[in-house]
Design a protein around this ligand. Structure first.
Ligand SMILES: [Fe+2]
Length: 445
């Protein structure tokens, strides 16, 4: 066992582990560190040495117990490497594989995670392509995970039979190199469908503890064939990433279920008014594209999605006679309508997963930078970024769709109005981001 393997052993129980450091207290103190150093760590004092485990999140009592127990149970190993430490050389690419796995811990969405794994592995192993196949227990097949579309993040699953190279790697349960594919009897099918010509393949099973969950394949070494050293790097990476893939998959399943409930609520709100049908969906699409242009993190984009879908949830509390009135609203009726952001925020505040930002988006989506908005007449910096983003998305959708009192405006005219009011009423960055997205969309279609 070497320090890498000890890292892997710890990581199996602690997916948030991003670094491990070992130091001796002999005459010459020596330290060996892998991965990232973060402010969150647990130190375990052994007889002649100290093991420090770094985590990507605040440590909990459970983490401390696991780390201390593991460190003690591995104390023989740690004392043995005291002697070997001087000669211990770290292959740079193994270090990079650990680093790559650690970097991926911030991903919440599987499409982004897959993309980063593919790009990272191609760089690390000097290959043309990389793919992830996850095992579908119900169907008994491996499935290629292919990302569809830039924004949608949809994952398409292409089944691959067990009589394939990936299937062989999965069944043999070991990292395998196929440098001469003409000799590989199981090589068929997938190339024709993708149009990609595969010259050689290096693949490794992905593990989550003792459960095989899939296969990582790296295709076409740019220079010659894959080597044993490449295989060691991929093998290590596959051991580190299993937990993360499984966690993200579970998170996505839970998140999908939650979003389908939220979507049903949003649809129910929209259905009350035939003119605003689809409104919440449209606003969410615009808001997310603005958020992406503003480089929001994945976590923030998830929150923005929920906030946008629910931005008008407070309309539940507005009576039909006012909400659906075709004619001009009286001042009193307009005052009542203006209560919907507050009602929405009140309702959602009680739900425990709803964050402050989500509430701010719901409460502040009718505020204007000059203080002329409602319900709190907030100004400039008082308005949360979510409030500003949803305000732009909301007004743009309202302008470009039919209402009882107006025909839909052309995109250019709506953008002109938003640009004219940018800085006075709307956040200029949000308007610019929306414009950029619409231009890109037009260029594609
Ligand atoms: Fe609204």
């Amino acid at each position: 066992m070497d320090l890498f393997e000890s890292f892997v052993t710890f990581k199996r129980l602690l997916p948030e582990l991003v670094g491990i450091s070992y130091s001796t207290q002999e005459k010459l103190p020596m330290t060996m560190t892998l991965g990232y150093i973060t402010p969150h760590y647990v130190e375990t004092q052994l007889e002649h040495s100290k093991v420090t485990c770094y985590l990507s999140k605040k440590t909990t009592l459970r983490d401390e117990v696991i780390i201390r127990n593991l460190s003690f149970s591995m104390r023989n190993f740690f004392s043995q490497i005291t002697e070997d430490l001087k000669e211990l050389t770290v292959p740079v690419r193994k270090w990079q594989a650990v680093e790559l796995a650690a970097q991926l811990s911030s991903h919440l969405r599987i499409d982004r995670l897959l993309k980063s794994i593919q790009e990272g592995l191609c760089d690390l192993l000097d290959a043309e392509a990389a793919s992830i196949l996850l095992y579908n227990e119900k169907k008994g097949v491996l499935e290629f995970m292919v990302t569809v579309g830039k924004v949608s993040g949809k994952i398409e699953r292409i089944p691959v039979p067990m009589e394939s190279i990936a299937g062989t790697i999965f069944q043999e349960e070991k990292t395998m190199i196929f440098n001469d594919l003409s000799k590989a009897k199981h090589f068929k099918g997938v190339d024709k469908a993708s149009g990609f010509i595969t010259r050689n393949i290096l693949g490794s099973p992905i593990w989550r503890e003792s459960e095989k969950i899939g296969v990582i394949e790296v295709l076409n070494k740019k220079d010659g064939g894959f080597t044993e050293s490449d295989a060691e790097v991929l093998d290590l990476f596959a051991k580190l990433i299993g937990f993360k893939l499984a966690n993200v998959k579970n998170y996505e399943n839970a998140s999908r279920r939650l979003k389908s409930v939220i979507l049903s609520i949003a649809t129910a709100i929209d259905k009350r008014d035939q003119y605003t049908h689809q409104h919440s969906n449209n606003v969410t699409n615009y808001a997310l594209n603005i958020g992406q242009k503003l480089d929001l993190t994945e976590e923030k984009l998830e929150e923005l999605e929920i906030s946008s879908l629910l931005h008008d949830v407070g309309k539940i509390g507005i009576e039909d006679a006012i909400l659906l009135k075709a004619g001009k609203l009286t001042n009193e009726e307009f005052r009542k309508i203006q209560e919907h952001p507050k009602i929405g925020a009140e309702i959602m505040k009680k739900v425990h997963f709803i964050t402050q930002s989500i509430i701010a988006g719901i409460l502040q989506h009718h505020e204007k930078l000059d203080g002329s908005g409602y319900p709190q007449n907030l100004k400039n910096g008082e308005i949360d970024l979510f409030g500003r983003i949803i305000a732009v998305a909301d007004v743009f959708d309202a302008l470009t769709t039919s209402r009882p009192y107006k025909d839909p405006w052309p995109v250019e005219k709506a953008l002109e109005l938003l640009e004219k009011d940018a800085d006075a009423k709307f956040d200029k960055r949000c308007v610019e981001a929306l414009k950029e997205y619409l231009n890109e969309k037009r260029a594609v279609s």
